[in-house]
Design a protein around this ligand. Structure first.
Ligand SMILES: Cc1cc2nc3c(=O)[nH]c(=O)nc-3n(C[C@H](O)[C@H](O)[C@H](O)COP(=O)(O)O)c2cc1C
Length: 344
């Protein structure tokens, strides 16, 4: 039992990853927390009232530790009309195929962070975790006042050191193997592509606060390795995606289970930010038209109609099929059974 587990009353050194946009369900968070892991609410795309509702439903079924996870705001300027026209042209044939009208993309492109943050202060979860940068000092102070444990996310040693400086309590180190969005602070720069274990070794040598290793961790052996290299805990996303409680759509679930060697790639196609997903038609074809991809989070809002229509059509062609590089059969029973198996 280490400091991290003690403070958060965890039976296992495991954070079940926040997975915004569908996979995180009330039942997944509840099963995780009730099994002795830290369950995480992927709240990035939820409005403040929806965060409150979601958490109320979680709290009705568990008194275990819970994290709420947010994306730090990007606050980009409205995208220029000619750029939107280019993006519309590049996706015109897809929208025709999906019977969708020409989109009218208007700001705001992301949820209101201040309102989300206020709801977190009100709810007072055990943990607030976040990605895409350093939380400003006033917010850190406000969270600490409510005794909320803060976990930032880093993809490099430099980002991790900046998080330490800002006063977070722990850091999730996200290796390039991980599924979903890369937590890189600057949305526009390239990816240094550091693997989870390398990043852990670099950071452990310089950082004393708890480190949580993430990226490609799929089984008991992977967990053991990360803990031996000095992580206080691991964070796992992909391994939980096909659990009974996961909210992935049917075509997404099928794509995950189709092969034990899921072929993934980093892409900006769906949201404008680098994220790792299983190769599909939209990911591959937009790779050839990268000049028509809008900045995050505008592209995320811009592709939402296509992603929703793809689910309705039962097709995985236009879905963001977030997945890590970890290979092997995926678990389809309950999350609690998976957690027990990971720590036998
Ligand atoms: C479907 C999916 C959605 C994700 N959404 C979020 C999110 O909302 N917030 C976040 O901090 N990380 C998110 N992640 C990244 C995870 O926190 C974690 O870094 C990653 O899953 C670890 O790698 P693994 O998928 O190989 O286990 C997501 C990952 C996946 C697979």
């Amino acid at each position: 039992m280490n400091e991290f587990m003690n403070r958060l009353r965890l039976k296992y050194p495991l954070v079940v990853a926040p997975m915004a946009g569908g996979p995180t369900t009330v039942d997944l968070v509840v099963a995780s927390s009730n099994s002795g892991a830290l369950g995480s609410i992927g709240a990035a795309y939820l409005t403040a009232p929806l965060i409150e509702d979601f958490t109320k439903n979680v709290r009705a079924k568990t008194s275990g530790p819970v994290a709420i996870n947010l994306f730090l705001p990007h606050g980009i300027l409205p995208v220029a009309v000619d750029k939107i026209a280019k993006a519309i042209k590049a996706t015109e044939s897809y929208r025709k195929e999906l019977n969708l009208p020409v989109p009218d993309l208007q700001p705001p492109y992301e949820e209101n962070f201040d309102e989300q943050f206020e709801s977190v202060l009100k709810i007072k979860p055990e943990v607030l975790s976040f990605v895409f940068g350093v939380l400003e000092a006033d917010y850190v102070k406000a969270a600490k006042k409510e005794n909320i444990y803060l976990i930032g996310t880093a993809t490099t040693l430099e980002e991790a050191l900046a998080l330490v400086e800002s006063g977070v309590d722990a850091i999730t180190l996200q290796g390039v193997e991980g599924g979903g969005h890369r937590g890189i602070f600057d949305a526009k720069i390239g990816d240094p592509q550091i693997g989870a274990i390398d990043l852990l070794e670099q950071c452990r040598a310089k950082i004393r606060i708890p480190l949580i290793a993430a990226g490609g961790i799929m089984n008991a052996q992977d967990i053991k390795k990360a803990l031996e290299k000095g992580a206080e805990a691991v964070q796992m996303g992909t391994a939980f995606l096909t659990c009974k409680e996961s909210g992935v759509s049917t075509p997404y679930r099928k794509a995950l289970l189709a092969s034990e060697n899921r072929k993934t790639q980093l892409t900006r196609a769906f949201s404008g930010r680098l994220a790792r997903g299983i190769e599909n038609r939209f990911l591959l074809e937009m790779g050839e038209k990268s000049e028509a991809i809008l900045p995050f989070p505008a592209q995320n809002k811009f592709t939402r109609d296509m992603r929703n229509a793809s689910v309705k059509a039962g097709s995985a062609d236009f879905l963001s099929l977030w997945s890590g590089t970890g290979h092997g059969a995926l678990w389809t029973e309950s999350a609690s059974e998976l957690i027990e198996r990971l720590f036998v």
